[in-house]
Design a protein around this ligand. Structure first.
Ligand code: ADP
Ligand code: MG
Length: 227
């Protein structure tokens, strides 16, 4: 199975009161193993909605989503949650770290989801923090770190469960351009060296230098491929 993500004619219609908003209008895409694919588009074009449908955080109104050969359509929340913990690592714009836990504990928490032994969990946590260049920061709290370092912790956390698919929603959105480009470079290295597949939403101009492919979303439809 070389296709990690395959969507066919995905629609997502939000209903609020009398109003309907079609956030996705027939999105079909395919991402093969080991690729770094960027998703660009204006605010409101449906990028987050698409990422959420791929990651099992949301469900399409119509159409199908297959990830790693499994058809997610129609699954209940419990099944989706279990699946996500094993198959997907998420990285968000605002880092989403637990402020009362140390850097080490934030990452180790995710390693726990794989039901590893204590020794394996420790090894995996150390390995992931080393991978993102934070091996000397284990005992610090997130608020003692810079934005770029906090995003590195979030990336280590997303790696900790050994998930084959990584989804990132504007991960450089709160970072200055130099720090942002370092984070993009790190994602590129992770894709190349850890064999994960990455779908990243980004406004960042620099993303084109790092991604294998850039998809453009406009008003809920893919309007162009490039990169
Ligand atoms: P992007 O991430 O590209 O900024 P979104 O996927 O967040 O776009 O949103 C796409 C469209 O769907 C927007 O018009 C937005 O207002 C609408 N939308 C997103 N989430 C909801 C929701 N929970 N309820 C109603 N409308 C929503
Ligand atoms: Mg968004």
């Amino acid at each position: 199975m070389n296709n990690v993500i395959e969507t066919h004619d995905v629609w997502r219609v939000y209903r609020t009161g009398q109003q309907e908003v079609a956030a996705l209008r027939g999105v079909s895409l395919c991402v093969t193993r080991g690729r770094f694919v960027a998703l660009k588009g204006r605010s409101g074009s449906g990028k987050t909605t698409l990422l959420n449908c791929v990651g099992g955080l949301d469900q399409p109104t119509h159409g199908t989503v297959q990830v790693l050969g499994q058809e997610l359509t129609g699954w209940d929340d419990e099944r989706l949650t279990t699946w996500r913990r094993e198959q997907v690592g998420f990285v968000f714009q605002s880092f989403g770290l637990i402020t009362t836990l140390s850097v080490y504990e934030n990452v180790e928490l995710m390693a726990r989801l794989r039901r590893l032994s204590a020794t394996e969990r420790h090894q995996r946590t150390v390995e992931c923090l080393e991978r993102v260049g934070l091996d000397k920061w284990h005992n610090h709290r997130p608020d003692e770190l810079s934005g770029g370092q906090q995003q590195r912790v979030a990336i280590a956390r997303a790696l900790a469960n050994n998930a084959p698919l990584m989804l990132a929603d504007e991960p450089t959105g709160e970072l200055d351009s130099t720090t942002g480009s370092e984070i993009l470079k790190l994602f590129r290295q992770i894709v190349d060296e850890e064999g994960v597949t990455l779908l990243m939403v980004s406004h960042d101009k620099l993303v084109e230098d790092y991604a294998d492919e850039v998809l453009h979303l406009q008003d809920g439809q893919i309007i162009g491929f490039g990169g």
